[in-house]
Design a protein around this ligand. Sequence first.
Ligand code: ADP
Ligand code: 5GP
Length: 205
Amino acid sequence: MIVSGFSGAGKGTLMKRLLESHDNYALSISMTTRAPRPGEIHGKHYFFVEKDEFEKTIAEDGLIEYAQYCGNYYGTPKSYVEQCLNEGRDVILEIEIQGALKVKKKFPEAVLVFVTPPSAMELRNRLIGRGTETKEVIDKRLSRAVEEAQGIENYDYIVINDELDRCVEDIHAIVMALHCKTNRSISIIEEISKELNEISKGEEK
Ligand code: ADP
Ligand code: 5GP
């Protein structure tokens, strides 16, 4: 599952709450050239690297996707995502729209979820309230939000992050519904049909 949304919509907060309240999720840890915010830990929130290291990782084909966002590189390292998928975990990439569309092209089974706040004013208030960016960066992120909104038709679901816990449950409900998609479980129906045929043949005799 790919989760995107305007900067300040609450994606990070939602992901933290989702992972605390439900098992089986794994959140991909991205690589970025942006500077850490106070409290952000290398290897937990992001892998914070210099531009030349990021470009080296691109050259070595170590990223599933990458994009530039407000002057910095962001990308998804391959190895952790592949390991978690092999373990059968529900892997979430919290990435912006350009990267999301690249992943969807490579993996059409990926599901795209867009998180929005209930209003533009609330978005602005959350970004200012977070207190981690200068006014200049906030303005850049708000104008980038307008661009991101133009790709919204590519997303499968939109969730409104008004009341936090409600929104966490909406995201979890989407994942639970995906577990029941026909293509994931069709083999059980084929197996049961085969057994039913054998049972009815046995009864005929
Ligand atoms: P993003 O990761 O989308 O940029 P954050 O998770 O950092 O956004 O959230 C931005 C700010 O909004 C933070 O200060 C966070 O505490 C606050 N926030 C997140 N969700 C809600 C919500 N449902 N109601 C009120 N404030 C919220
Ligand atoms: P922030 O600087 O607020 O942590 O993230 C800025 C934007 O970059 C957010 O929209 C976030 O979802 C996105 N982002 C984070 N990691 C990645 C990544 O690995 N790839 C892409 N394409 N975008 C990412």
